[in-house]
Design a protein around this ligand. Structure first.
Ligand SMILES: O=C(O)c1ccc[n+]([C@@H]2O[C@H](COP(=O)([O-])O)[C@@H](O)[C@H]2O)c1
Ligand SMILES: Cc1cc2nc[nH]c2cc1C
Length: 349
C-alpha cells in the first residue's frame, strides 16, 4: 500500500502564531493549549480550524501468544468479553465518549471469537487472532497486507461521513507485548526497557513476560529491523496493523489523528517508520503509565497532552483529553483580540 502524505506547508505558520499572540492573554499564557491550537490550524491549513464529527475507533484483536498465559495477566477471552461490553455501552470508553459527544466505532480486527451477526460491530476480521510468535511469525504476509487495506478503508469511510478528527483506540489481551517488541526493534532499545506491567503483571509475571519476549527476539533474530512491514508481520497484531494503516490514511486525508496510550503509540511508531510525515498530523493525547511509553514518546520527540496515570487503552485517554483539545480550538476561534476588546498590549520594557 502506498500513502501519499503531504508534508504540511509552513505558509500559514506566521499568521497562526500571530493570531494566537493577538488573543487577550499574556504571551504564551495558555501553555500547551497554544501548541495544540497551532498544530490543528496547521493540519487544516486555516486560521479557523473546526473539529467535525469526532470519531474514536476501537480496534480489537487477539494475540496467539496470549493463549499460553506467559505474557498476560488476564485470559484471552477478556478481549471478546470486553467487546460485548463496548457494544452494550458499559465500558470506560463508552462513558467518556458519550460524555464528550464522540462517535464510537467498535471493530473486530481479528478476535478469537465468532460473534455471528451482531449489531454495532464492524467486521474487518483477518483471522481468529494472530499466530504465536514464539513459534512462527504473527501473521502471514497476505494477512498483514489485508489488515493494512482494511484499516485504511475504514478510516476512509469515516472521513466520507464527514469526520475530520479520528482517534485510535484498541483492545487485545497480550498487545502490550507486541507493542514492546515493535518498539524494541524500531527504536533499538533493549526489550527490558520496553516491557511493562500491561494490565497489571506482578514482579514474577513481569519477569516471565521479559524472559518470553527475549526468546521471541532470539527466534526472530534475522528479521530486517529496517523493514516496518516485516516487523509488523512478525511481531504485530491485527489491531496494531489496522491502526497503523488507518493513521497513514488519516494523514493522507488531512485529518487530525488522536493517539491513545502505549499500543496506539506503537501503531504510529510503525506508521512513522513507513512515512515520517504522519507525525505532523498526530496529537498524543496522554502519557500512559505503561513503562515503555516514556522512551517511545521520546524517540518520536512528541509531548502528550496530559498524564493522568491511566493505562487502560480502549481510546480512553483520547476521550478524556478531548475537551482539552476542544478548548484549544475554541480559544483560537472565539477569544477576543487585544484590538477587538480594546485591551492594552503594551508591556513594560
Ligand atoms: O493504552 C495503554 O497504555 C495500555 C497499557 C496497558 C494495558 N492496556 C490494555 O490492556 C490490554 C493489554 O495488556 P496485556 O497485559 O494483556 O498485554 C489491552 O487490551 C490494552 O488496551 C493499555
Ligand atoms: C477488564 C479489562 C478491560 C480492558 N480494556 C482495555 N484493555 C483491557 C483489559 C482488561 C483486563
Amino acid at each position: 500500500m502506498k500513502f501519499n502524505i503531504k508534508p504540511i506547508s509552513s505558509a500559514l505558520d506566521t499568521a497562526i502564531k500571530s493570531k494566537i499572540g493577538s488573543k487577550t492573554k499574556p504571551l504564551g499564557a495558555l501553555g500547551k493549549l497554544e501548541t495544540i491550537a497551532f498544530k490543528i490550524a496547521r493540519i487544516q491549513q486555516t486560521l479557523i480550524p473546526q473539529l467535525q464529527h469526532p470519531t474514536i475507533i476501537v480496534f480489537a484483536a487477539d494475540h496467539g501468544i496470549a493463549k499460553e498465559g506467559l505474557v498476560n495477566s488476564y485470559p484471552q477471552e477478556v478481549t471478546f468479553q470486553m467487546v460485548m461490553n463496548f457494544l452494550s455501552g458499559g465500558a470506560a470508553i463508552n462513558v467518556f465518549a458519550n460524555q464528550n459527544n464522540i462517535n464510537l466505532k467498535i471493530v473486530d480486527a481479528g478476535i478469537n471469537y465468532d460473534f455471528g451477526k451482531i449489531e454495532g460491530l464492524i467486521d474487518t476480521k483477518i483471522a481468529m487472532g494472530t499466530e504465536n510468535y514464539l513459534l512462527t511469525t504473527a501473521m502471514r504476509e497476505q494477512q498483514c497486507d489485508k489488515a493494512l487495506v482494511k484499516g485504511a478503508e475504514l478510516v476512509q469511510s469515516i472521513f466520507d461521513r464527514g469526520s475530520n478528527v479520528v482517534g485510535f483506540g484498541e483492545m487485545g489481551i497480550g498487545n502490550t507485548s507486541s507493542s514492546a517488541l515493535l518498539m524494541s526493534m524500531i527504536c533499538n532499545i533493549s526489550i527490558v526497557d520496553c516491557v511493562g506491567n500491561g494490565t497489571g503483571a506482578n514482579s514474577e509475571q513481569l519477569e516471565l513476560k521479559i524472559k518470553t519476549l527475549v526468546q521471541v527476539l532470539e527466534k526472530h533474530s534475522h528479521v530486517d529491523t529496517t523493514n516496518p512491514l516485516e516487523l509488523l508481520q512478525t511481531f504485530g497484531g491485527f489491531e496494531i496493523a489496522q491502526m497503523c494503516s488507518g493513521m497513514l490514511k488519516a494523514a493522507e486525508l488531512g485529518m487530525v489523528i488522536l493517539v491513545d496510550g502505549f499500543i496506539s503509540s506503537a501503531a504510529i511508531l510503525v506508521a512513522q517508520s513507513i512515512n515520517k510525515n504522519v507525525l505532523d498530523y498526530a496529537i498524543f493525547t496522554h502519557h500512559s503509565d505503561e513503562q515503555g511509553h516514556t522512551k517511545m514518546l521520546e524517540f518520536m520527540k512528541v509531548e502528550p497532552v496530559m498524564n493522568l496515570g491511566m493505562r487502560l487503552g480502549e481510546g480512553s485517554g483520547i476521550a478524556v483529553s478531548y475537551p482539552i483539545i476542544g478548548a484549544a480550538v475554541n480559544f483560537l476561534n472565539k477569544m477576543a483580540s487585544f484590538e477587538s476588546a480594546q485591551v492594552s498590549n503594551k508591556v513594560k520594557p
